[in-house]
Design a binder for this molecule. Structure first.
Ligand SMILES: Cc1cc2nc3c(=O)[nH]c(=O)nc-3n(C[C@H](O)[C@H](O)[C@H](O)COP(=O)(O)OP(=O)(O)OC[C@H]3O[C@@H](n4cnc5c(N)ncnc54)[C@H](O)[C@@H]3O)c2cc1C
Length: 453
């Protein structure tokens, strides 16, 4: 084969998964090329809140939190109804602690414990996040570390168009369309880190039809390429119906309103000013509840204390600075500003505060940290598809498995390209599962690939 270049490892996609895989592999002596479709290093990772769930870290211990990989896996299984592969889930949970410490100690990435509020399903505080509490900060720091290394070549505007196989079906390289023309790059191992298929309408229609007409809030370039190549190669797909949805993207500005508002004591109403479910179960499944409401929209209701709590998050701070929030001293005043029936919203706030006193409501919600007090805050929100959670089936080394259940030689996958740990349904998504699968399997794939060249 005539190659334009040869490397040890080719990584497809420069999001969180791809950059962590490259850095982990280079640390073990591999020469790596990262091929990125777009002209940017962003991906979904940049849009994320940068919350990385990890158990048993020294940062948790310093904060007095006694957690373990086994407890984290138990929480994930509880949320997904035991629908994710037990071995795979446990493997990535066990990697999470060492991964976060490696990012801080070896990559000099600034991460700190996030204890501002709880996330649905987590029995302990275990989110580790950049100072800004934003994913852009995370990806920029990863990119900075990649730039420092002479053994990692980052090629932008270079979509991989094809995986190249040898005589026995093993992967031997990739084809990429660079600004200087097509190139064939020989690689001893290939790591697929090109995320899922949220940006591909046809594939969403095929695998997750209920989300086909809903706002896609992820990176447009994530068009399921790795999954399509996998199908051609005879790889096994798993849990393709699973996705992370979100119930609350601010309609006016297209900015995420964190579920931290619910976990700090807020709630959602529909156009009639009425609550319609138990928000505290999780934002992913609640997207489907919002979709059942008139106009498929909702209004997020909070108060001053919740607002102050959310201002610690980059996205929310931006929304506040852009005047995306309505504020009023009374429920009726807030209803007027949001265009909701005054009596409806006033009754919803009163009933909610009553439920706080009783510790439960008619929807089964028992998470009531506090009563809402004036001034009240509100914002119109809509549901969205954030990213897909099904993908190529992998083993505990992040090697892609064929339909016969054996590894396709030299091929790895992580992040949204591979099956995640959220099971088969949107309610299986626990906060942090996205970056856990991206960074965790990226770390596992990078190290395993480098060790087995
Ligand atoms: C608004 C939002 C908030 C979120 N917040 C969190 C959070 O706080 N915590 C959490 O755990 N998860 C969160 N998630 C989920 C998380 O962002 C993703 O699970 C994770 O970033 C996926 O990482 P990745 O590396 O697999 O993909 P990405 O970061 O999307 O990177 C994939 C890259 O591959 C490139 N690519 C695609 N096709 C090709 C090709 N053919 N050739 C070359 N390159 C290609 C893309 O251009 C892209 O740059 C959030 C998601 C969203 C949308």
């Amino acid at each position: 084969m005539n190659w334009d270049a040869e490397v040890d490892i080719a990584v497809v996609g420069a999001g969180g998964c791809g950059l962590v895989a490259a850095l982990a592999a280079a640390e073990l002596g591999a020469e790596v090329v990262v091929l990125e479709k777009t002209e940017h290093v962003l991906g979904n990772t940049a849009s994320s809140a940068g919350m990385i769930q990890a158990a048993g870290t020294r940062f948790q211990r310093e904060a007095g939190i006694d957690d373990s990989a086994e407890q984290m896996a138990a929480d994930i299984f509880k949320k997904n109804g035991h629908e994710s592969n037990p071995e795979l889930t446990l493997a990535v949970c066990r990697t999470s602690g060492p991964l976060v410490e490696w990012m801080v100690d070896k990559l000099d990435i600034e991460l700190s414990m996030f204890t501002e509020f709880n996330w649905p399903g987590h029995s302990h505080h275990r989110m580790h996040a950049p100072k800004s509490r934003g994913g852009l900060d995370l990806i920029n720091q990863l990119r900075r570390e990649v730039a420092k290394r002479e053994d990692i070549y980052l090629m932008l505007q270079s979509p991989v168009t094809k995986l190249i196989t040898g005589d026995n079906g093993e992967i031997i390289g990739v084809e990429t369309r660079t600004p200087n023309g097509m190139q064939r790059i020989g690689a001893k191992k290939v790591i697929l880190a090109s995320n899922g298929f949220g940006g591909n309408k046809e594939m969403v229609q095929q695998f997750i039809p209920e989300m086909a007409d809903i706002l896609y809030f992820g990176y447009e370039a994530n068009t399921g390429d790795a999954i399509k190549w996998g199908i051609e190669l005879g790889a096994q797909l798993e849990n393709m119906s699973c996705f992370q949805g979100h119930a609350s993207v601010a309609s006016s500005h297209g900015i995420l309103v964190s579920w931290g508002g619910v976990m700090s004591g807020g709630f959602l109403v529909n156009q009639l000013g009425e609550r319609f479910g138990n928000e505290s179960e999780g934002y992913s499944e609640y997207a489907l509840e919002v979709m059942k409401q008139p106009g498929k929209i909702a209004y997020y209701i909070m108060d001053e204390e919740i607002h102050q709590n959310l201002l610690t998050l980059e996205d929310y701070k931006n929304l506040a600075q852009l005047n995306g929030l309505k504020i009023a001293d009374t429920p009726t005043g807030l209803a007027q500003k949001l265009g909701l029936p005054e009596a409806g919203l006033a009754a919803a706030i009163e009933q909610f505060n009553q439920a706080v006193q009783e510790g439960q409501d008619s929807f089964g919600r028992t998470w009531f940290p506090r009563r809402l007090t004036p001034p009240f805050y509100g914002v119109k929100v809509e549901p969205a598809l954030f990213h897909t959670q099904g993908g190529l089936k992998i083993n505990v080394n992040a090697e892609v498995l064929s339909t016969a259940g054996v590894p396709i030689p030299n091929l790895y996958a992580g992040g949204g390209a591979a099956v995640g740990v959220s099971g088969r349904r949107p309610k299986g998504y626990m906060s942090g599962n996205g970056l856990l699968a991206a960074l965790g399997f990226g770390f596992i794939a990078g190290r395993h690939a480098a060790e087995h060249i």
